[in-house]
Design a protein around this ligand. Structure first.
Ligand SMILES: N[C@@H]1[C@@H](O)[C@H](O)[C@@H](COP(=O)(O)O)O[C@@H]1O
Length: 234
């Protein structure tokens, strides 16, 4: 795991963007994308670049169950607002949170990931160490699955909703086994609230109780943190 400390999200987003650009120059065509506040500056860098994505494919980590893509709180809507409306891709995949048959949707999403091996995956991290919506206790062997969100995640994500009661209780998430198949992973974290999770991920034991710790087992992971998120790192 390579750790890069930066001043702020702007500097971190630029570094992540530079890594992305190098991978594109080397032939990368499929990008695993994440939602949340963490990657917003990274997406701005993409939007403001002259890179062409019309022959590139994106596959997002997750989506809330029950939300349609037109719903402002859905991750599809977030991605449209923060990236896709400005930077057209060949294809943008996200799980369908409104699928009538969730098990069929999970299988279909696994097939999409198999057909489009991910070259570069961008990740944020939850306060409890989750990646995507793989909550503590999730097996490292799972592929796409339906997740019951923890209270901690529901309350952390309530800021985007009218109230905590409006936050969906379930999500469809790419699994840890799928995330680990990406050739390169870049995980970013900003702010003190992420400091303990980051320290556990980098220096702690590899354990399902801190899902991000599994990244220690991958040989091309770059962690970009600001001072606050990296405060326990040597
Ligand atoms: N499913 C998403 C994760 O992919 C994201 O990394 C995390 C952190 O969000 P933020 O970047 O807003 O701190 O929140 C959500 O739970």
């Amino acid at each position: 795991m390579k750790v890069i400390k930066v001043k702020n999200q702007l500097e971190g987003g630029k570094i992540a963007f530079n890594i992305l650009s190098e991978k594109i120059a080397a032939g990368a065509k499929t990008f695993g994308l994440a939602t949340g506040s963490t990657p917003v500056e990274f997406y701005n860098q993409i939007i403001n670049s002259d890179l062409d994505f019309t022959d590139k494919t994106s596959i997002n980590l997750d989506e809330y169950v029950g939300l349609d893509g037109s719903d402002e709180q859905s991750y599809r809507y977030f991605m449209n607002q923060h990236l896709f409306n400005e930077k057209p891709f060949k294809a943008n995949f996200l799980p369908n949170g409104k699928a009538a048959d969730l098990e069929a949707e999970v299988k279909a999403y696994d097939a999409i990931i198999d057909e489009h091996p991910i070259d570069f995956q961008i990740l944020g991290i939850g306060h409890n160490g989750h990646i995507g919506f793989n909550e503590p206790g999730t097996s490292f062997d799972v592929t796409t699955h339906v997740v019951d969100l923890t209270e901690s995640t529901i309350s952390a994500n309530a800021r985007y909703f009218a109230s905590e009661a409006h936050v969906p209780k379930q999500a469809i998430s790419m699994g840890i086994a799928s995330i680990l198949k990406s050739k390169t992973l870049v995980l970013m974290a900003w702010g003190e609230g992420k400091a303990e999770a980051i320290n556990g991920m980098v220096n702690g034991e590899v354990t399902e109780s801190l899902p991000a710790s599994v990244l220690q087992q991958h040989d091309d992971v770059i962690v970009i943190v600001d001072e606050a998120a990296g405060k326990y790192l040597k």
